[in-house]
Design a protein around this ligand. Structure first.
Ligand code: GRF
Length: 200
């Protein structure tokens, strides 16, 4: 399966997905990185792995529809059939949502619906919760609101700082995301096959 990873920052999740593909834990190919921040470190990671990237600045476009239409062209060029958001700091608009309906997933560093939006780890830390975690969910038009696919809890330990908590959450993300993607892509493949057979 050809996937595109959308990211805006460091790209540690991008790398964990690429690594899972390399060791054949994940049966897919990252055909394209889509990045809305020309300074993001994820671009270096894609270069190292020789993965093509579409890098853009939203400010160069009139509006979201304009840059999403351009992204859509790229996704078609690379024959992408599944979109993975891994630290993409932007809401997906109707252009991409309608083209990739039920084929866009996101990872979020909290147990949704708690702590949606920016700095979920900081929000959890501030709130003083004893358990937080990671959620993988389908993407809809809302902010971290789509149907939940998988969750993993992470304990907040005595003496944790925001940074130590973040490090443990990210470790969990790096294991959970590739595993969930493998299951999901496999399931979709089976469903597609069944549809194909029943049409005969
Ligand atoms: C992750 O914590 C992810 O859950 C959130 O953004 C962060 C991205 O980190 N959506 P990285 O760029 O993959 O290192």
């Amino acid at each position: 399966r050809k996937i595109a990873v959308f990211a805006s920052g460091s790209g540690s999740n991008f790398e964990s997905i690429a690594n899972a593909i390399q060791v054949k834990q994940l049966n897919a190919e990252i055909s394209l990185l889509v990045c809305d921040n020309p300074k993001a470190y994820v671009i270096q990671r894609a270069k190292q792995q020789q993965i093509p990237a579409f890098i853009f600045s939203p400010k160069d476009y009139e509006n979201k529809e304009a840059f999403e239409t351009r992204i859509l062209d790229k996704l078609e060029e690379y024959q992408v059939d599944f979109i993975v958001l891994a630290g993409y700091m932007r809401l997906i608009g109707s252009t991409l949502l309608s083209a990739y309906s039920k084929r866009i997933v996101n990872i979020h560093p909290s147990l949704l619906p708690s702590f949606p939006g920016k700095d979920a780890i900081g929000q959890a830390f501030q709130a003083g919760v004893k358990v937080t975690g990671v959620t993988v969910h389908f993407v809809d038009e809302g902010m971290d609101t789509g149907p939940i696919i998988a969750q993993k809890a992470v304990d907040v330990r005595n003496g944790d700082t925001r940074d130590t908590l973040q490090a443990r959450i990210q470790e969990v993300e790096h294991r959970l995301f590739p595993a969930v993607l493998q299951e999901l892509l496999q399931k979709q493949l089976m469903e597609g096959l069944q549809e194909c057979l029943s049409e005969r």
